[in-house]
Design a protein around this ligand. Sequence first.
Ligand code: ATP
Length: 235
Amino acid sequence: MLSISGLTVDYGGVIALEDVSLTARSGVITTIVGANGAGKSSLLKAISGLVRPRQGEILFDGTPITGMAPEAIVRMGLCHVPEGRGLFPYMSVLDNLLTGASLRRDAAGIRDDLDKVFHYFPALKDHRHRIARNFSGGQQQMIAIGRGIMSRPKFCLFDEPSIGLAPLIVRDVIDTIATIAREDKCGVLLVEQNANLALDVAEDAWVIELGRITLSGNAKALKANEGVRRAYLGL
Ligand code: ATP
């Protein structure tokens, strides 16, 4: 479980998050809905240690992780699949996947998790020795998700996994994230431009506006909320 209390993040005077307090449950998907610039990426980066909050506390399964180094946070079982994927374009699919396991020493476990990635994404297995830049946007997103799985996470943060993808692929990517959450019993915090789809697969949802949480609760209830429908679902 992730517990966030009184979290404030700023970038040299630009306030990105202000006094955010929330809980994301283990083993379920929580989605974060908000406009561009609302502070969604900053929230994920603060959780995974990529930005240092000015104030507040983040607990992961009861342990304070605020201000810890990103690799220490990954070691605890929390992974971040960033916006833009962050792949090494001239490295093979296999080597990109293995970077996700670079902090692990359990060779047998790493092999099992590689099999798991190829079970989720069979198309990657046949082409695992090809360099990542030769793959389509959807396949590159699969590599990025696979790299996250390779750290054997208990909790995964996904930042805009469907950005720039064709509409048909968007559904595949979100469905795969839902399958991973279900099969691996992995908690997920999902930031997704397609709020409709995200609210369908999520159990819980948060709405963030100008760095503050303005609504939180059951995803189905939020999907039915008139304000959410008008502002984020185009209805
Ligand atoms: P998007 O959907 O566009 O990615 P977001 O909801 O993820 O938006 P953030 O990227 O967290 O929002 O940005 C929140 C605020 O912080 C914005 O005003 C943004 O301009 C600002 N910001 C984000 N990163 C930086 C940075 N490195 N330096 C200065 N300001 C930043």
